[in-house]
Write a protein that binds this ligand. Structure first.
Ligand code: TXA
Ligand code: MG
Length: 334
């Protein structure tokens, strides 16, 4: 645990102003424990549509509804299974999104026209203060343009979306750093739609049953596009032991490298940025998008990333790196 984990004290005046803007249909970027969200009043279809315009996101992608507590399960969802209540009781507030059958009045703009809705109760003090001041639910995808790197600081949001949002609340760096774990509980058995800091093993321990990946029939989830969270330059994942040879083979290309200390001890001139990969999974997750932003800003022609260790705690990090490395030429059409 480092000092940067503690969010600065909530700015009550800024939060009151944000709540006012949201009530009038405005867009407010706000910190959560995972990444910054681009928030709008979830019960205002025009405000929800504005999110899609600002992000440049296809209209048929569903967006997570952020709620203040587990009581909201029955407002937004129907036929809520016991498994959802258990997971909410155990992990909310926190970085877990539950996909459930939607309640009848839920707007199509939130669900992408599907019969399900994604619900998450965030833990970040600023997000909680905002939900309390606003008094309703907030539709919020990550506050980045579609397909680009998720923001973990207010500066990332400003750089990507700037004045296209009405207000950016600056609550410091996000302590988890990668998006929430998403579990689909709308079918007969739980399925993992997106790995996150709450691990599959934690979900399985709480539910007492396996939580396999979703199959091809999974509900649409934009985070599940193959190419996602990606810098502008192509990203290549390389086994740490093969990194030096790969750099050598790419002689003449300006490279940016993310690797553990032991890999690439000497730094050839063609490596214009060399960032140290954290050795701990939680730390890697927390810093991943900041590191990708930095690698992206280095003006390298190609980004090489040493594959992190295997193991259950690393599942979410591997998932996001794989998406950052997926090429635009082979999008997975979900
Ligand atoms: O940590 C997070 O979840 C962050 C913060 C802001 O809360 N939000 C986030 O939102 O990552 P977004 O929109 O970037 O990613 C949400 C994912 C998308 O892949 C979306 O398709 C999926 O959740 N999702 C939302 N509702 C869904 C539904 N009803 N069925 C399936 N997937 C859903
Ligand atoms: Mg996103």
């Amino acid at each position: 645990m480092t000092e940067s984990l503690a969010a600065p004290p909530t700015d009550t005046a800024a939060i009151a102003r944000a709540a006012e803007l949201l009530k009038r249909g405005g867009l407010v970027a706000f910190p959560t424990e995972t990444v910054y969200g681009l928030g709008a009043d979830a019960s205002n279809p025009a405000a929800v549509r504005a999110i899609f315009t600002v992000k440049g996101r296809p209209a048929d992608h569903p967006v997570i509804v952020h709620v203040a507590d587990a009581a909201a399960l029955d407002t937004w969802a129907r036929e809520v299974p016991q498994a959802a209540r258990r997971l909410a009781a155990r992990f909310w507030p926190g970085p877990l999104t539950l996909v459930l059958k939607r309640a009848a009045p839920v707007d199509d703009g939130l669900t992408g026209g599907q019969d399900t809705v994604g619900l998450r109760c965030p833990a970040h003090t600023w997000a909680r203060a905002l939900l309390a001041a606003f008094g309703g639910a907030l539709a919020a995808p990550s506050a980045n343009r579609f397909g680009r790197i998720s923001p973990t600081t207010a500066a990332h949001v400003r750089a990507d979306l700037g004045d296209r949002v009405d207000l950016i609340l600056d609550g410091g760096a996000c302590p988890v750093g990668i998006e929430s774990t998403i579990v689909d509980l709308s079918g007969p058995a739980p399925r993992l739609l997106r790995p996150g800091s709450i691990t599959r093993a934690q979900l399985e321990a709480e539910l007492g049953q396996p939580v396999p990946d979703a199959g091809a029939d999974a509900p649409r989830a934009s985070g599940r596009l193959e190419q996602h969270y990606a810098p502008g330059a192509p990203v290549e994942l390389v086994p740490a032991g093969a990194l030096a040879a790969r750099v050598n083979a790419l002689r003449g290309e300006r490279l940016a490298v993310l690797a553990p200390a032991a890999a690439l001890l000497d730094r050839p001139a063609q490596v214009v940025a060399r960032l140290l990969a954290p050795a701990d999974a939680a730390e890697y997750g927390r810093r991943l998008y900041g590191l990708l932003h930095e690698l992206d800003a280095s003006a390298a022609m190609r980004i090489l990333i040493a594959e992190p260790p295997a193991g259950p705690d690393w599942e979410a990090v591997h998932d996001r790196l794989r998406r950052a490395a997926a090429t635009q030429e082979t999008p997975h059409s979900l």
